[in-house]
Ligand binder design. Structure first.
Ligand SMILES: [Zn+2]
Length: 428
């Protein structure tokens, strides 16, 4: 079958099935017992109980958590392993992604060079792994549904469209928020119920967290090399307590998520169709920052955001993010900018195709030292204007009267190999 047709049919079936079996959808959770087979993980021998291996503790705890969850009809439990074998890390994350799981919980034990180290800790996706995780999210999400409102905004999913990319970034933030919620609940139970010492919830760059397209946590249930804690980890009492704490955290987590989304399991009346959103009169861009400094694409000052329009106005570079004439997308763009760290960002309206009455737009193609006549820019473009200000040379090209034409001109230059140019507003 033609791939495109297949995709359309698949999306149709997904929409159909999600509306038909919405009320029966189970919450799918992947339980991952760390290590296994020839990979023993942390281990240490003790005179009285022999060798304690991480792979055995993680499997025992995982099976107990799974048995508790399976008694609850709301959950579908998938195990990355149920016996003493070693699935690779990508086997584990592939399984979770393919099964479109709602949650991934990896269970481990800790070890340290310091014999006195003890306690529990939970890890969530690290702060510097967003880009890779975004690639995973792009690959793994054929159809993304954030919630009803977002679904209406973004419609069908196309990984190369800016709107879908924004939706994915939003979704990533939601995953991180959810992962932090579960991590806090798990550690809270360890402390309040089991009277253990929690070292906290941390962000860390780990494969099983980075390569998953869903909220994910990795729980370090205690230190194998700490004599007292190791005996607790190896005991049936200890394993049961740990499993109950994780189980109860998952139950509370799901309740919190259901409250937020209006419940995915309980039967829910379909909402009446909302009228389609009508476009606004103006285009809106998000002003991220104004600065005397010129930043090129990918500069850390732009905090990883793409689709940026730099506009030079009165000697200041203004960096605008995104463009839309839909109110809902404008709000999302603003939130994305704020989440990226531009706390003072705000939306600015631009009247489409508005002609400047005084002055014009030109393209600043180069600033810096004086250009050589053989330079690429001067060879490629005729009629480049040169200005000198405080010892700095400014080269500009073209004269147009609407922002849209200026953007077109900038794109033309880019196709000729002249990149990182700035649209400049000239008052005259
Ligand atoms: Zn481990």
């Amino acid at each position: 079958m033609h791939k495109q047709n297949f995709k359309i049919i698949l999306s149709f079936l997904l929409i159909l099935s999600s509306s038909l079996i919405f009320s029966q959808k189970k919450f799918t959770i992947v339980l991952d017992a760390g290590h296994g087979g020839s990979d023993h993980g942390a281990n240490r021998s003790y005179a009285d109980i022999g060798r304690v291996a991480e792979k055995d503790v993680t499997l025992a705890v995982t099976l107990k958590v799974g048995a508790m969850l399976e008694k609850n009809r709301d959950f579908k439990v998938i195990y990355t392993r149920k016996i003493d074998e070693y699935p690779s890390l990508s086997d584990r994350t592939n399984l979770a992604n393919r099964s479109k799981a709602d949650l991934f919980v990896s269970i481990h034990c800790n070890s340290s060079q310091r014999p006195t180290a003890y306690g529990t800790e939970t890890y969530v996706q690290g702060p510097n792994q967003n880009d890779e995780n975004l690639e995973v999210a792009k690959r793994e999400n054929d159809v993304i549904f954030l919630d009803e409102k977002d679904k209406q905004t973004f419609g069908s999913y196309n990984p190369s469209s800016p709107e879908s990319l924004i939706a994915l970034k939003l979704q990533q933030n939601k995953y991180l928020e959810s992962s932090l919620l579960l991590g806090g609940l798990v550690e809270g139970n360890f402390v309040n119920k089991d009277k253990r010492f929690s070292r906290g919830v941390f962000q860390k760059n780990l494969h099983v967290l980075r390569m998953n397209a869903m909220p994910s946590v990795l729980i370090e249930t205690g230190f194998i090399n700490h004599p007292e804690e190791s005996h607790y980890l190896a005991s049936d009492k200890g394993q049961t307590e740990i499993a109950e704490s994780i189980y109860n955290a998952i139950i509370d987590y799901k309740k919190a998520i259901d409250r937020k989304t209006g419940g995915s399991v309980s039967v829910k009346k379909p909402e009446p169709e909302k009228p389609a959103e009508s476009p606004l009169k103006n285009d809106f861009r998000i002003l991220l920052l104004s600065s005397p400094i010129k930043y090129n694409d990918g500069d850390p000052a732009l905090k990883g955001l793409n689709y940026i329009l730099p506009l030079k106005d009165n000697g200041l570079y203004k960096y605008y993010y995104g463009v839309t004439n839909m109110a809902s997308v404008k709000d999302i763009n603003l939130k994305t900018a704020k989440d990226a760290g531009f706390r003072n960002a705000y939306a600015v309206g631009f009247m489409p195709n508005q002609k400047l009455l005084t002055g014009y737009y030109t393209i600043e193609v180069y600033t810096g030292e004086k250009l050589n006549g053989n330079s690429f820019i001067l060879q490629t473009l005729k009629d480049v204007e040169r200005n000198k200000e405080n010892g700095v040379f400014y080269y500009t090209y073209g004269k147009v009267f609407t922002l849209e034409d200026a953007v077109k001109l900038q794109k033309d230059l880019e196709s000729k190999g002249i990149k990182n140019t700035i649209i400049q507003k000239v008052f005259k």
